[in-house]
Design a protein around this ligand. Structure first.
Ligand SMILES: [Zn+2]
Length: 196
């Protein structure tokens, strides 16, 4: 009899220990499994300004100047003076800033699309990009290299756009997607110089 009672008591003590153990574990488990709601969603990550990441994809002002110092003509064999070279570096800086600004301003308004426009004839870009080719905001996030300028003396600029019906890759229209089937088309080499 005594053996049975001690057996039951021992069993009860085991259950009590188990309950306390589970009680202690639960909050930690809950903490672990609770999703971190406060971190940014995909939407806000996609809309992160390219200002910080762009340096990894575009040459710096120093690189541009150093390269230009070794070149005397542009791709059309036009002679480049020192003042031409300084102007080309300034144009690069201001056009890159314009692209970034366009995206930052577009993000404030929830813009999803941008298209390429040209301020004059661009004999380097016109082998790669058509005026009106458009890109999506998420493409810019994952591929910052698609932000103009693309080469020294580039006349390509980015403009925000809203579609009522988005064109697709199979339909020819004035505005076609630049990226089809997630494949980034070839882009000009930044070292291709086009005198202003
Ligand atoms: Zn260009």
């Amino acid at each position: 009899m005594l053996l049975i009672i001690s057996g039951i008591l021992f069993f009860l003590i085991l259950i009590l220990i188990a309950i306390r153990f589970i009680g202690r574990q639960r909050p930690e488990e809950e903490q672990k499994s609770t999703p971190i709601i406060n971190t940014s969603g995909i939407y806000s990550i996609v809309r992160k300004s390219p200002r910080d990441t762009i340096q990894g994809y575009k040459p710096s002002e120093k690189e541009l100047s150093q390269y230009l110092n070794t070149q005397n003509v542009d791709i059309l064999k036009n002679l480049l003076t020192n003042s031409d070279k300084n102007l080309l570096v300034s144009l690069w800086k201001s056009n890159l800033e314009r692209s970034i600004n366009e995206i930052e301003e577009g993000d404030k308004k929830g813009i999803e699309f941008y298209y390429y426009d040209f301020e004059g004839v661009d004999t380097v870009c016109n082998k790669y990009i058509k005026k009106g080719n458009y890109i999506q905001r998420r493409d810019i996030f994952s591929n910052p290299q698609i932000i103009p300028p693309f080469h020294i003396g580039c006349k390509c600029i980015l403009k925000s756009h809203t579609f009522s019906v988005e064109p697709d890759c199979n339909r020819d229209s004035l505005m076609n997607p630049f990226i089809c089937n997630n494949k980034i088309p070839a882009l000009p080499e930044w070292t291709d110089i086009l005198k202003i």
